[in-house]
Design a protein around this ligand. Sequence first.
Ligand SMILES: Cc1ncc(COP(=O)(O)O)c(C=O)c1O
Length: 430
Amino acid sequence: MRRNIVWEGADQLHYEIREIVGVAHSLEKMGLEIIYENIGDPVQKGEEVPEWIRGIITNLVSQSQSYAYTATEGALETRKYLANSVNSREGCKISEDDIIFFNGLGDAVATVFAFLKREARVIGPSPAYSTLSSAEAAHSGYSHMTYTLDPENNWMPDLEDLENKVKYNDAIAGILLINPDNPTGAVYPLEVLEKMVDIARRYDLFVICDETYSHIVYNGAEGIHLSRVIGDVPGIAMRSISKEYPWPGGRCGWIEVFNREKDENFNEFIKTLVNAKRLEVCSTTLPQLSIPITYSDPRYWEHMEARNKRFGERAKEAVEILSKVEGIRVNLPYGAFYLTVLIDEERIKSFKKLPMPGEINDFLSEPIKNSAPDKKLVYNLLGATGICSVPLSGFCSELSGFRVTLLENDDEKRVKIWNTLADSLTKMLG
Ligand SMILES: Cc1ncc(COP(=O)(O)O)c(C=O)c1O
């Protein structure tokens, strides 16, 4: 091309969670049976959306309103309903004008970072959920800036590390957190959230809290919304129905904006997001219309409670089986539906490769060329056992390990997966 048409942030766009799927598909064609443990889609892993929720959606299909555009920010009645539910909780109060709908949180993340001033950076956790870290990195043209989640402290944020980075880098304009966290399954207690907001307050920053999993908490943890702790600090909570109904294919998420009137610059930024959405007209109507009907049904919370109990039991089951392996660390997840297996740095450098059929071995040599040790281990695990997980290095992390999900619905198959992982890791790291 006579002009370079590739944008500066292009090489920051990576999504290991799906990139490994392309490799797995090729191995499937070679006859290997793949167990997809990489993607957080409960429906793909066999969870049925309850009949009564399907009934609500089916009903909406026959209503004319479902075929129309909504207001740019989203369906008014739904925004009123959601604002009321924020206001019924202790903490910051909002109105329907503080809620903006997107086509899934993926779209919200892309829009927020696309319209953030390039020099304004948002520091996020490491390990990081790649949609967020890649979007932030791509918007700035540099690597994502991170603070440490400490595996020795149940994956809690290292607040000293966070404050030091904020203090010495005045490009940082915002703090990002994911609560409950993907990929670690950590759920932050009140005092941790309060301290993070306090850092934002003292350094005049805004806070973005990804609350995709805020209602998926178990093993005694409490999901605390940002609205409860944000006080007078400008903030954005990101919510979605993808993992709750669950309806990831519905592509429906929204942001709740706190304290926009308290900071003129923040308010301008939020107006930009609405204007950007206006160019697209609006987000998809039907899933939005289903929210007040579904959320106000008493069966909804029974449904969430039953799911949470299930995920809590699966988390304990996985930790019990895997913690017998030497050279790894597994912290019990308290929320979301992921489990991170951390691998000892010395052992992974010289891990023993599991035998793979020749054709598969040859095929995998290309994708792992010059890769981090955990990617090499994960691809070997895939080629030898068919288990498709995601290397931790794909989550903007210098630690080694991988992420699996707690989503397998078939009890027998799930226990077999944990046992295969435990046996394989024992052989690899022993
Ligand atoms: C932490 C987190 N944020 C956002 C998303 C994207 O969700 P959505 O389906 O609403 O785009 C995901 C999906 O896995 C996620 O794990």
